[in-house]
Design a protein around this ligand. Structure first.
Ligand SMILES: Nc1ncnc2c1ncn2[C@@H]1O[C@H](COP(=O)(O)OP(=O)(O)OP(=O)(O)O)[C@@H](O)[C@H]1O
Ligand SMILES: [Mg+2]
Length: 229
């Protein structure tokens, strides 16, 4: 398919709870195109986070396959997957997952620590991103010295620093007031537009949903609708 960057084929995810099987995802097939801005919506417990984690190779499906630019991800070893995650994917989690002992600058910079770039180059890049998101003055603050909205922006900066091809964001505005939430959305929209990064956002937030061109709705682990506007 033209421009397809990530393709899921018949993804199932089953959790075993005692003797009961819980089918968190049932036969999900979808294709994400380059430069798409997508909302993944559905009620609580419908499988959004599970699907996002599988698409982002943070979790593996019980069955089915995932192809990134035509490469079968299910056949890759954990080390290769880790490299893929670091170089091609960016993640923004609902609860930020910042490292408490590192400063804002270090949190943003750390995905690049294992690359060939020098510390000086890395810190320059991290500083520039912090400036762009309006946190230049807070570079040396630790997460607990930042507000929730500021922490969320640091988490976004960390996801962006390695110029990923796809960004996976799980409820990125969930803990933010409407103004800070809109700043987060503007940041994601800018990256999507200027760099052509594919952005997938799991969300309940109608203000987010109305700003995305494609809306994938899941319910009980199945795709209910997939609309492109
Ligand atoms: N590690 C796990 N073990 C067992 N069941 C799980 C596990 N993770 C998720 N589930 C179950 O899978 C289903 C889908 O969960 P998921 O977290 O993907 O939902 P969600 O759509 O992200 O919900 P929310 O909007 O509340 O974040 C739920 O029924 C949940 O209880
Ligand atoms: Mg969730």
């Amino acid at each position: 398919m033209k421009g397809s960057i990530l393709e899921a084929k018949n993804i199932q995810k089953t959790y075993l709870l005692g003797k009961t099987e819980l089918h968190a995802l049932n036969n999900i097939s979808l294709s994400l195109e380059q430069s798409e801005l997508i909302s993944l919506v559905g009620p609580s417990g419908s499988g959004k986070t599970t699907l996002l984690n599988i698409l982002g190779c943070l979790d593996s499906p019980s069955s089915g396959q995932l192809f990134f630019q035509g490469q079968n991800m299910s056949q890759k070893k954990e080390r290769e997957l880790a490299e893929f995650r670091r170089t091609h994917f960016g993640y923004i989690f609902q609860f930020f997952n910042l490292i408490p002992v590192l400063t804002a600058l270090e949190n943003v910079a750390f995905p690049l620590w294992q690359t060939r770039l020098s510390r000086k180059e890395i810190n320059k890049k991290a500083s520039q991103i912090l400036e762009i998101i309006g946190l230049g003055k807070f570079a040396h603050h630790k997460p607990d010295e930042l507000s929730g909205g500021q922490q969320q922006r640091v988490a976004a900066a960390r996801a962006l620093i390695s110029d990923p091809q796809i960004i996976f964001a799980d409820e990125p505005t969930g803990n933010l007031d409407s103004q800070t939430g809109q700043q987060m959305m503007e940041l994601l929209k800018t990256i999507n537009k200027e760099k052509g990064t594919t952005v997938v956002i799991a969300t309940h937030d109608s203000r987010v949903i109305s700003q995305t061109r494609r809306i994938i709705e899941i319910k009980d682990g199945e795709i209910r609708s997939d609309e492109k506007n």
